[in-house]
Structure formats: C-alpha cells, structure tokens
Design a protein around this ligand. Structure first.
Ligand SMILES: Nc1nc2c(ncn2[C@@H]2O[C@H](COP(=O)(O)OP(=O)(O)OP(=O)(O)O)[C@@H](O)[C@H]2O)c(=O)[nH]1
Ligand SMILES: [Mg+2]
Length: 250
C-alpha cells in the first residue's frame, strides 16, 4: 500500500501544541538524553534513530521514529521511516510502543493501530503496547491511569483492547528507576507471551510491498556489490549501510 498526501505543505494540526513524548520516552528507557525532545508546535523527530543501552545485563535497543501524524513530513515519508525502523532493529523488534499523551487523544490517533496494521499486518497487535506520557499531569488530578482509561474515551479503550489490554503510564519529567523497571517488566511480560519471538519481516506483506516500491532490483544489485566489496561488516554497520543503499535506490 502506498500513501499519498500533497507534498511541501505543513499540515496544520490544531491539537498539536507539542509532541506526545516519544523522544522523551526513549530517553527515559535509555537513561540519558540521546533523542532530541522539545516543546514545539511542529514535529521535531524526522528520522529514525537507534540507541542502545545495557541494563540488568540485557542489551536494550530503542528506535525512535517520527509520529505517524507528523505535521512536517508527508505520509509516505513517515511510513518509509517507520518501515526503516523495523529493519534497523534487525532481525526484528520485540515490542512496538504507541505513545499517547494522557488527556489528548486526537481523531488521527484513533486510527493508529489500523494504519499500523495496513503497513505491518494484523500480527503487529501482539507486539504492541500503549504507552501514555505525562503521568505527572494525571497525578495532579489525583487520578490513576486505570481510572483515566476506565472513565475515558471508548475509542481509546478499544485501541487498548486491540493491543491485548497492555498499557503503561510514564512521567518523563522525573524519570525514575522504578518507573523504568516497571515498564521493562511489562514489556518483558508481553515478550514472554509471544514466547520471545520478535516481529519479523515475513509477518508483514505491506512492508514488503512498500520496499518493492523502492526499486527492489536496483537495491538487490547494490547490496550484492557492497557485500562483494566488504566481506566483514558488523551488524550495526550493515544496518546503516542497508538503509543508505535503500535511499540510493529510490
Ligand atoms: N510534564 C511532562 N512533559 C513531558 C512528558 N513527556 C514528554 N514531555 C515533554 O513534551 C514535549 C514533547 O516531547 P517529545 O519527546 O519531543 O515529543 P515527540 O513525540 O518526540 O515529538 P515529535 O518528535 O515532534 O513528534 C517536551 O517538552 C517534553 O519534555 C511527561 O511525561 N511529562
Ligand atoms: Mg520526537
């Protein structure tokens, strides 16, 4: 599937005062400010970025992406970046986190899982969790996230339901170790439910189609030439190179 939106113009989003906190969430998980996160009425993150940390003797990689409803990039550019993120996490991600700011669930966000399924296929639901940010704002109202969800928007409830009722709420402003540990436990519970499997390419036909659109033959040729010239490359070097070749093949 290919998405087409008029190019060049910033789509105005009256709801967008700042981002929902994707980059800030990435920083909380990594434990350092590695992703640019700021208050802005225009979308800040335009490219995927992979960062890795080691916690509890485990290597944790986080890939930050632009928002699905970014108001600077067009839809095709966003989908390309998000598809790229799945390849960056080769052999595949264990978890997708859909980040939503507490108290702000826009019309566009209601379609999130539908759009992700169109690109990545039905199985993505098994690997997805809803991650709310701005827990501090909820606490000011003496509300728990469970209360917020129970008394909240039915569309939000059905989004959570479609993701196996998995959700978590973070305060990125005062990112603490217990929050990180609890989030990691929740993600690991989902990984166990999936018996440790990661989300792989053959699970999503839409992505394959998308990549085919990027002149697959031209790409295959470039990959072959590169591999002939470079016999030993590390996985992270290869991930970077692969996407450079994808860009060159467009
Ligand atoms: N109070 C509070 N502020 C937060 C929280 N999470 C994020 N923010 C703030 O919200 C603003 C936007 O956060 P970002 O992480 O840049 O949002 P984003 O989703 O990455 O935005 P784009 O990359 O532009 O799509 C920043 O000023 C963050 O400091 C939170 O849990 N509590
Ligand atoms: Mg960002």
């Amino acid at each position: 599937m290919r998405f087409r939106f008029p190019r060049g113009k910033i789509r105005s989003d009256p709801d967008r005062k700042t981002g929902c906190g994707k980059s800030a969430t990435g920083n909380t998980i990594i434990g350092r400010k590695v992703f640019e996160s700021s208050v802005s009425s225009n979308s800040q993150t335009k490219q995927c970025q992979l960062e890795t940390t080691v916690k509890f003797s485990k290597e944790i990689s986080v890939i930050n992406t632009p928002g699905l409803y970014d108001n600077v990039l067009n839809k095709e550019e966003i989908i390309t970046e998000i598809v790229k993120c799945v390849t960056l996490s080769s052999p595949g991600p264990h978890a997708f986190l859909i980040v939503i700011k507490v108290g702000r669930f826009t019309e566009e966000e209601k379609n999130t899982i539908k759009e992700l399924k169109e690109v990545f296929g039905e199985k993505i639901e098994k690997y997805t969790m809803i991650l709310f940010t701005h827990k501090d704002q909820l606490e000011k109202q003496n509300k728990t996230i469970e209360q917020f969800v129970q008394n909240g928007d039915p569309d939000l409830q059905s989004l959570i339901k479609s993701c196996g009722n998995r959700f978590f709420c973070l305060d990125n402003e005062s990112a603490s170790f217990p929050q990180f540990r609890d989030l990691l436990n929740k993600i690991e519970a989902m990984v166990s439910e999936n018996r440790g499997t990661y989300f792989t390419h053959d699970m999503f036909k839409g992505t394959e189609k998308h990549i085919q659109g990027i002149q697959k033959q031209k790409l295959d040729k470039k990959v072959k030439q590169y591999k002939q010239r470079h016999k030993e490359v590390t996985q992270s070097e290869w991930q970077k190179t692969y996407w450079r070749l994808v860009e060159e093949s467009r």
